[in-house]
Ligand binder design. Structure first.
Ligand code: BTN
Length: 315
């Protein structure tokens, strides 16, 4: 099941939900929304499809029950950021990153799913995506050269860690968000298009109450004692992301870099970073103005700069 909303349609649904909480006739709802009664009837059907219980009587419609998770409320959060033109929600999809790539040509979009059947992780891995987690992807056209895309991934990490600051979330380079040393969120950026017109899909997976794999050090918010809903997490993440994204595209990367360093779990540790079969070992001392991790291996050639790869903490 799929729901696709633009800003206007989202606003219309939200207005209808507000009206029908009190109860309203089809005629009144149509007049308030500036649409036909048939259009109202179709919208009511859509609300029912997405879990709203609607009483229909001689006086019209009334919402009797609301779903625990409403994609219409999620769309409100998306459009309040002013960054996106489209929101697409799926009950189940293969990968929100894959769909966002396809949509990216048409403009900025957010794609979200209750469950993914082929969630993509970094380095070609799978991302387990059972119901209960937050899975979404943002299709963005930041107007940055490809070489600056790592900054966007780091920016997304900062936004998530800030949104999860109630749990003292930290950042592990390049883009894991950890709580108590365990992974609670993964971020996968994929570049679409070329060079100056580059579009980027930033996919974020946050373990809220979904089962997490037990062969890796991962955790969900519920296991940590945080009984929060998907939208309780999505809202601050989107708010923080839109603020930080605007900073990034306005040339204020330095502020983001400073925040990344402040929230970092990696800086000061001895690390080994594997990049295309090569290993770089040393102490992580910072990230530079391009978003590269700086590793001090004690060599005479100065600090090693790495832009991507897998980072292991060494004893
Ligand atoms: C990682 O390996 O740490 C990155 C995981 C990214 C997972 C998210 S879930 C939403 C989006 N859709 C995908 O297929 N992957 C990302």
């Amino acid at each position: 099941m799929k729901l696709s909303l633009n800003r206007d349609l989202s606003a219309r649904f939200l207005r209808l939900i507000t009206l029908l909480r009190e109860g309203a006739s089809g005629e009144r709802a149509a007049a308030e929304l500036g649409v036909s009664r048939v259009a109202v009837w179709k919208m009511v059907k859509k609300l029912e499809e997405w879990g709203y219980g609607i009483e229909k009587g001689r006086k019209g419609y009334r919402i009797a029950s609301e779903p625990a998770f409403s994609p219409f409320k999620a769309s409100k959060i998306v459009f309040e950021t002013q960054l996106f033109q489209q929101f697409v929600f799926f009950k189940e999809v293969d990968s929100t990153n894959k769909v966002a790539r396809e949509l990216s040509e048409a403009g900025e979009a957010v794609v979200m799913a209750e469950r993914q059947t082929a969630g993509r992780g970094r380095l070609g891995r799978q991302w387990m995506s059972e119901r209960g987690g937050l899975y979404f992807s943002m299709a963005l056209s930041p107007g940055l050269p490809v070489s600056e895309v790592p900054k966007l991934t780091l920016t997304a990490g900062v936004a998530v860690a800030e949104a999860l600051s109630f749990a003292n979330a930290k950042l592990k380079w390049p883009n894991d968000v950890l709580i108590d040393g365990k992974k609670v969120c993964g971020i996968l950026s994929e570049v679409v298009g070329e060079d100056l017109s580059v579009r980027v899909v930033v996919g974020i997976g946050i373990n809220v109450s979904n089962p997490v794999p037990d062969d890796v050090p991962a955790v969900n918010l519920r296991q940590l004692g945080y009984e929060v809903g998907i939208l309780d997490v999505f809202e601050p993440v989107m708010q923080r992301f839109s603020q930080r994204y605007i900073q990034l595209i306005s040339g204020e990367w330095e502020k983001i870099r400073e925040k990344w360093m402040e929230l970092s779990d990696t800086i000061g540790r001895r690390v080994k970073v594997s990049v295309s079969g090569k290993n770089y070992e040393g102490v992580a001392v910072g990230i530079d103005s391009d978003g590269a991790l700086l590793i001090d291996n004690g060599g005479l050639k100065g600090l090693k700069r790495v832009f991507s790869g897998e980072c292991f903490y060494m004893k």
